[in-house]
Design a binder for this molecule. Structure first.
Ligand SMILES: *Cc1c(COP(=O)(O)O)cnc(C)c1O
Length: 388
C-alpha cells in the first residue's frame, strides 16, 4: 500500500499543494471497520480537527464513522459533509453559548462536558429551547501519555477535563437538572501515543472508577476513551496503516465493559495522517558557510507541525530517483521566521532547483492548520482518484 506520486501530473499543478492517496484512506477505513466488526458496542468517531477537508470527510462519513467535533463550526461542517447528527459528539473546554445552542438545534448525540460551570450553562440553554442535552463528563485521569508536552491532555496540570475527585458531585448535580441526560464518561489522554501500555493504564483506571461509581449507585451507559493512537512518521511506506488490531485488542482484553454498554473512540491522526503528503518544489539550493540550505516553496503556512511541535516528517526528493550521491541539507521554507524549518542535517540525494519534494505523513494537522501568514494563498489539495 505504498503511495505512488504521479510526477507527470504534478508538472501541471502549482506547488505547494496537498496530495491525498484516497486508496490508502479507504484501506485504512476498511481496517478500522474490520477490527471493530466483532464488537457491536464499539463506535468509532473521527476527530474532525485532524483534517476537515470536505472530500476526506465525505469519504470517512460514507465509511460509517461518526464525528468528534471541538467547535460549533466543526459541528456544522460535519453535518454538511454527510455525518448524521446522531453520530456527532462535541468536546472542548470553552464551548460558547452560540455553539451550545447550535449543537442543541442540530440535535447532536453528546456534549462532552469539561466543567460544572459548563454543565449549568448547557442546562440553562437547553431549558430555554425546551430540549434535552445528552452529556458525558470528560474526566482528567492524570495519566502521562508519554508524548510531546504540547499534545498531552490527560495530566492534572492540563486545562482539559474534570478532576476525578469532583465526579460524584457532578453526577449528583446532573441528576437534579431536568434538561440534562447523563450518558457516561469521556477521556482523552493526548495525541501521537505509540506506547499501547498508556491505553492499558487508561482501561485499568476506568475499571476501578466504574466499580466505585456503581457501588455509589451511578450507572454509565457509555464510555468514551478518546483518540490519540500514534502513527509512524519515520516509515510511512512500511507502516502505512497504524496498528489498529493492537489498539482495539487493548480495549477488548483490558476494559470491563458491562452488557450493552457502548464504547466510543475518537480517532483523528491515525485515520488520516498517512494518506496525505505536502508536495513542494525546491526553489534554491543555497550554500551557507557551514551548511547547505534546501529552500522549498512550502513553509509553515502549509505545514506547521515542525515549527510548532518540533515534529519531523519524512522528506523525499521525488525527482531524484536513481541519484546515488547523498548530501546533507537544512530543509527550510520561505516564511520570514527562523522557526520555518522542516529538518536540519537531513540527508537527501543531490537536489536541484525545480525538484519535487514530498513531506510525508502530513494528512493530519497539516492542511487543517494551514494559514495565509505573509499573505500567502491558502494551500490547495489534489486527490489520487480525481484528475483535474
Ligand atoms: C484531538 C482530539 C482527538 C483526536 O486525537 P488524535 O490524536 O488525532 O487521535 C480526540 N478527542 C478529542 C477530545 C480531541 O481533542
Amino acid at each position: 500500500m505504498k503511495t505512488v506520486f504521479p510526477i507527470e501530473r504534478f508538472q501541471h499543478i502549482r506547488t505547494p499543494f496537498y496530495y491525498y492517496d484516497e486508496e490508502l484512506l479507504s484501506a485504512t477505513l476498511d481496517e478500522i471497520r474490520k477490527q471493530v466488526s466483532d464488537a457491536p458496542d464499539y463506535h468509532v468517531h473521527y476527530a474532525i480537527k485532524a483534517n476537515a477537508n470536505p472530500v476526506i470527510l465525505r469519504q470517512i462519513a460514507a465509511a460509517g464513522l461518526g464525528a468528534d467535533c471541538v467547535s460549533g463550526g466543526e459541528v456544522g461542517h460535519a453535518v454538511a459533509c454527510g455525518f448524521d447528527p446522531s453520530d456527532i459528539v462535541f468536546a472542548g473546554v470553552g464551548k460558547s453559548d452560540d455553539e451550545i445552542s447550535l449543537a442543541l438545534r442540530i440535535g447532536i448525540s453528546r456534549f462532552n462536558v469539561e466543567s460544572i460551570e459548563e454543565l449549568e450553562i448547557i442546562q440553562q440553554i437547553a431549558a430555554g429551547m425546551h430540549r434535552t442535552a445528552h452529556v458525558a463528563f470528560r474526566l482528567n485521569p492524570n495519566i502521562d501519555a508519554h508524548t510531546h508536552e504540547k499534545i498531552t491532555t490527560g495530566k492534572a496540570e492540563n486545562k482539559f477535563g474534570i478532576p476525578a475527585t469532583q465526579v460524584a458531585q457532578l453526577l449528583q448535580a446532573a441528576q437534579n437538572m431536568q434538561h440534562i441526560q447523563f450518558e457516561g464518561l469521556h477521556f482523552h489522554l493526548g495525541s501521537q501515543i505509540t506506547d499501547l501500555n498508556v491505553f492499558k493504564r487508561l482501561c485499568q483506571y476506568i475499571n476501578t472508577l466504574q466499580d466505585r461509581l456503581e457501588q455509589e449507585g451511578f450507572v454509565l451507559p457509555t464510555l468514551n476513551v478518546g483518540g490519540g493512537l500514534g502513527i509512524s512518521y519515520e516509515a510511512p511506506d512500511e507502516q502505512p496503516i497504524p496498528d489498529f488490531k493492537g489498539y482495539f485488542d487493548v480495549f477488548k482484553t483490558c476494559l470491563h465493559l458491562r452488557p450493552h454498554q457502548e464504547l466510543h473512540f475518537e480517532l483523528g491522526r491515525s485515520v488520516v495522517a498517512q494518506c496525505g503528503s505536502l508536495i513542494s518544489r525546491v526553489l534554491y539550493v543555497k550554500k551557507g558557510d557551514t551548511r547547505d540550505f534546501l529552500i522549498l516553496d512550502a513553509g509553515f503556512t502549509e505545514l506547521i507541525r515542525p515549527a510548532m511541535y518540533g515534529a519531523l516528517h519524512k522528506i523525499e526528493n521525488l525527482s531524484s530517483s536513481g541519484v546515488q550521491s547523498c548530501e546533507e541539507y537544512d530543509i527550510v521554507g520561505p516564511i520570514c521566521e527562523s522557526s520555518d524549518v522542516f529538518a536540519t542535517h537531513y540527508r537527501l540525494p543531490l537536489s536541484h532547483r525545480g525538484d519535487f519534494v514530498a513531506l510525508r505523513s502530513a494528512g493530519a494537522y497539516g492542511e487543517a492548520m494551514a494559514s495565509t501568514y505573509n499573505c500567502r494563498p491558502l494551500v490547495r489539495s489534489y486527490y489520487s482518484t480525481v484528475e483535474e
